[in-house]
Design a protein around this ligand. Structure first.
Ligand code: UGA
Length: 469
């Protein structure tokens, strides 16, 4: 099929290139001419596994083209996915002005029947607003449909999440539009794509063929907000349990194991840490909170989820102070700046927020992140030092802080770390290490929701003697 995607951010670009991978002819539209010219030259504005290969291959095969003009995209297609930004406003609501602008342009340039598909995360009833804007701009009632097709991909695994989704949700209020959008996903829902020799590799947990759920437009809009809010709730819940564990000396990882073994709860998204971040959860939680309020329901649970998430950072800062007392002039090695491992994204990164607080308290921070250094430099400038390896960060540091769950940070040589650090102190915000291994390595280890590993004064004395000689 011929289709268009407006917006070449994470969701739009991944969806557009994956639609081309499924066999469709895709036009990707963005109003940023620089982005369009970059993409036309075969370069990507974001880092995501398999995306570069997809871009090269689909561009060469003429399956994808890029333009700044919605009118041009509408010339030969009747399904247009809208994946433009919905940033938060001051009051927490989602700012839908970019969506409105796109819809107005569609109304002005559509040549025949068109299906407008909401791909960005939007509040419930946005589809009704889109209908109103189309009508206000002269579109006849039966010349268009609005469908909600929320996207559930995660940064870092975006392409495989798209091609091997847990579910595809299509929220449509007419049979015609439900059928059209379902047809786009047919290669996934029939399993045809997955049986191709050229298909990208399936992750272990892949559901094949993909599961299709058809609902009303408003239910689909709610599915997306409710899913993100539920996942965030799961994280805040376990973080709250971690705080109780710290008070009573229990081990939250043991609690997670016991809870996660219940199939109704499941162990995924039950990892305690310094709280959730990123461009989606914080924004979607406040937006969903506003939507609930507007609809007449006070979703106070979400206030608690947000508040626990904020407290988690403050608790972690207290933990660092408990390990080091004053932070002024302390030299701190920081591993991780991205909001999670596997991405260079620092938007709403809890790691970055913690680093900012440390700098405010007068600490001297030396940081390393495998992917997010450039973006951090652009935001924090020279208020911190940057090095090119985890070990380089530890040189002469008073303590090491682990803030992002990069796989490589879980495999460090503890003996080497201990030799490099001025004091053998590690404060781990992601529980990447077994406390027993830290005990054996002679390191004082503070993590989340687990008893601290405190070394005997004899061990510390030996380290201190080594440091002074
Ligand atoms: C999230 C959702 O997982 C996707 O399904 C959704 O499509 C996307 O938002 C979106 O709305 O566009 P993403 O923001 O890429 O995806 O990141 P996640 O992997 O969900 O992680 C979010 C945050 O939660 C990270 O800061 C992560 O470190 C934290 N987290 C995650 C925990 O603290 N504990 C966990 O157990 C899991």
């Amino acid at each position: 099929m011929k289709l268009a995607v407006v917006g070449s951010g994470y969701v739009g670009l991944v969806a557009g290139l994956c639609f081309a991978e499924l066999g469709h002819d895709v036009t990707i539209v963005d109003n940023d001419p620089e982005k369009i010219s970059l993409l036309q030259q075969g370069q990507l504005p974001i880092h995501e596994e398999f995306l570069a290969e997809l871009l090269t291959c689909k561009r060469d095969a003429g399956k994808v083209k890029f333009t700044a003009s919605i009118a041009e995209a509408l010339e030969d297609c009747c399904v247009i996915f809208v994946a433009v930004g919905t940033p938060p406003k001051e009051n927490g609501e989602a700012d839908l002005s970019f969506i409105e602008e796109v819809v107005r342009t569609i109304a002005q340039h559509a040549l025949g029947y068109v299906v407008i598909v909401e791909k960005s995360t939007v509040p419930v009833l946005t589809h009704a607003w889109i209908r109103k804007i189309m009508a206000l701009n002269g579109a006849a009632h039966d010349s268009f449909d609005v469908v909600s097709n929320p996207e559930f991909l995660r940064e870092g695994t975006a392409v495989l999440d798209f091609l091997y989704p847990d579910r595809i949700v299509i929220g449509a209020d007419t049979e015609r539009s439900a059928n059209l959008v379902s047809e786009i996903y047919l290669p996934l829902t029939s399993g045809e794509y997955h049986s191709r020799k050229t298909a990208l590799p399936a992750p272990n947990s892949a559901i094949v063929p993909s599961n299709l759920i058809v609902t009303s437009a408003k239910s689909a809009e709610l599915i997306k907000h409710a899913s993100n809010a539920f996942l965030a709730t799961k994280i805040s819940f376990i973080n709250a349990v971690a705080s109780i564990c710290e008070s009573v000396g229990a081990d939250v990882q043991e609690v997670c194991k016991g809870m996660g073994a219940d199939a109704r709860i499941g162990s995924r998204f039950l990892n305690p840490g310094i709280g959730y971040g990123g461009s989606c959860f914080p924004k979607d939680l406040t937006a969903f909170r506003s939507v609930a309020h507007e609809s007449g329901y006070e979703f106070a649970l979400l206030d608690q989820v947000i508040s626990i998430n904020e407290q988690q950072r403050a608790r972690f800062l207290r933990k660092i102070r408990q390990a080091l007392w004053n932070l002024k002039n302390k030299r701190l090695a920081v591993l991780g700046l991205a909001f999670k491992g596997g991405t260079d994204d620092i938007r709403e990164s809890p790691a970055l927020e913690i680093v900012k607080s440390l700098v405010e308290e007068g600490a001297v921070v030396t940081a390393f992140d495998p992917a997010a250094m450039e973006r951090t430099k652009a935001e924090l400038g020279d208020s911190i030092n940057y090095v090119d390896s985890a070990y380089a960060a530890c040189e002469e540091a008073d303590a090491l802080l682990i803030l992002t769950d990069w796989a490589e940070f879980a495999q460090l040589d503890l003996k080497r770390l201990k030799e490099m650090l001025r004091y053998p102190i590690i404060v781990d915000g992601r529980n990447l290490y077994d406390p027993a291994a830290m005990k054996d390595a002679g390191i004082q280890y503070y993590s989340v929701g687990r008893p601290a590993v405190v070394q005997s004064s004899k061990t510390l004395k030996a380290t201190a003697a080594k440091t002074t000689t």
